[in-house]
Write a protein that binds this ligand. Structure first.
Ligand code: TXA
Ligand code: MG
Length: 339
């Protein structure tokens, strides 16, 4: 049991966080996407503590975070040409690339796979912490396994209180959904495993051959062989039963009028969407970017309100909207009604 401290992001706090990480402890760290639960990626005992703190299945691999491109060399056996092009265009930033791992990366970090996911975050505090440590940092999202990812230090505290010694607070995450995860197929194809702020159109500037894995928008059986183990786990689940209603605002309001009862809460883009419906509501934003930034906080808010049944407006599926949709359908256990 730890008496969990929330640190600010001053240089002194960054030093403190680095000292904890160097001594093999786990620290909550900010990134531009969501908060992460960091530990020395090359230290088995430290990484084991991440899995324990989160209650994460051992076969779900962790992303390894670096602050300099040169750190990649000891982590992989090969850097595909497309990976270099992507790094030049999107790093530092919210893109994770899967590559064949070297023996330096312990099996516990890669969830038993012979590949490793690597990302260079753009968040300044994250980069300072990694630099101060001098080693790469493994970090999954800092939520309890199955809960919505944390987009503020308070969210991390709510989940990780007493489980980790410290959390570094750098304010609300600017992006709000986790990084785009890709792997490479052959010499000229990119496979999208998890959508994020770096969109399909962004990736198409690197190569025309961008394949969207089926698991991005469709349900994956628990025993299926998947390209990315995270796909098959239940994710982001609030306690309420969420149903996504896909269609116009008029159709949404009509459906809600006919199908709501005392247990219904609405998850809407804008407060006007709920006008005159006389039901409790949570707003998550009018643009794809706002929805990305607010989605996870809104799911936590629905829990706080003890929402039982939720009708959610459907994200656009364009740009970062595809990432919002990918997270929301998991929160909704794939219940989507096309109006
Ligand atoms: O934005 C992010 O990526 C955040 C911040 C903290 O960096 N991290 C994050 O980590 O979302 P996590 O562990 O919650 O999600 C990592 C996802 C999982 O779905 C995992 O299965 C997949 O990436 N992944 C990691 N390494 C992989 C690998 N070698 N092969 C296939 N999928 C991998
Ligand atoms: Mg996660």
């Amino acid at each position: 049991m730890f008496d969990t401290k929330i640190l600010d992001n001053s240089d002194r706090s960054i030093e403190l966080a680095a000292e904890l990480l160097k001594s093999g402890e786990v620290v909550g760290i900010p990134t531009e996407t969501v908060y992460g639960l960091g530990a020395d990626a090359l230290n088995e005992d430290a990484v084991k503590k991440i899995f324990e703190a989160k209650g994460r299945p051992a076969d779900n691999p962790l992303i390894v975070h670096i602050s300099e491109f040169s750190q990649i060399e000891e982590l992989v056996t090969e850097i595909p040409k497309l990976a270099i092009n992507c790094a030049e265009k999107f790093w530092p930033g919210p893109l994770t690339m899967i590559m064949p791992k070297s023996d330096r990366v312990p099996m516990i970090t890669s969830g038993g796979l012979d590949t490793v996911g690597i990302r260079m975050p753009s968040n300044e505090t994250a980069r300072k912490i990694i630099s101060a440590c001098g080693f790469p940092i493994a970090a999954p999202s800092a939520n309890l396994s199955g809960s919505p990812s944390p987009t503020s230090a308070q969210h991390v505290y709510n989940d990780m209180q007493n489980r980790v010694p410290a959390i570094v607070d750098a304010g609300h995450c600017g992006i709000g959904v986790e990084s785009t995860v890709i792997c490479f197929e052959g010499r000229d194809s990119i496979r999208l495993l998890r959508p994020g702020f770096i969109s399909v159109d962004d990736l198409k500037e690197i190569t025309e051959n961008v394949i969207i894995d089926k698991g991005v928008t469709e349900i994956v059986a628990a025993d299926a062989k998947v390209a990315s183990p995270g796909m098959k786990y239940k994710h982001y689940a609030p306690k309420a039963e969420i149903t996504i209603l896909e269609g116009t605002l008029d159709a949404y309001r009509e459906y809600v009028k006919e199908n709501s009862d005392n247990d219904t809460t609405l998850l809407v883009f804008d407060k006007n969407d709920a006008d005159g419906l006389y039901l409790p509501y949570v707003v998550y934003g009018s643009t794809d970017e706002e929805q990305a930034r607010n989605l996870f906080g809104s799911l936590r808010e629905l829990d706080r309100l003890n929402a039982i049944k939720v009708f959610a407006r459907c994200p656009s599926k364009n740009g970062v909207g595809l990432a919002v949709y990918n997270r929301l359908i998991r929160a909704a256990a794939f219940r989507v009604i096309r109006l």
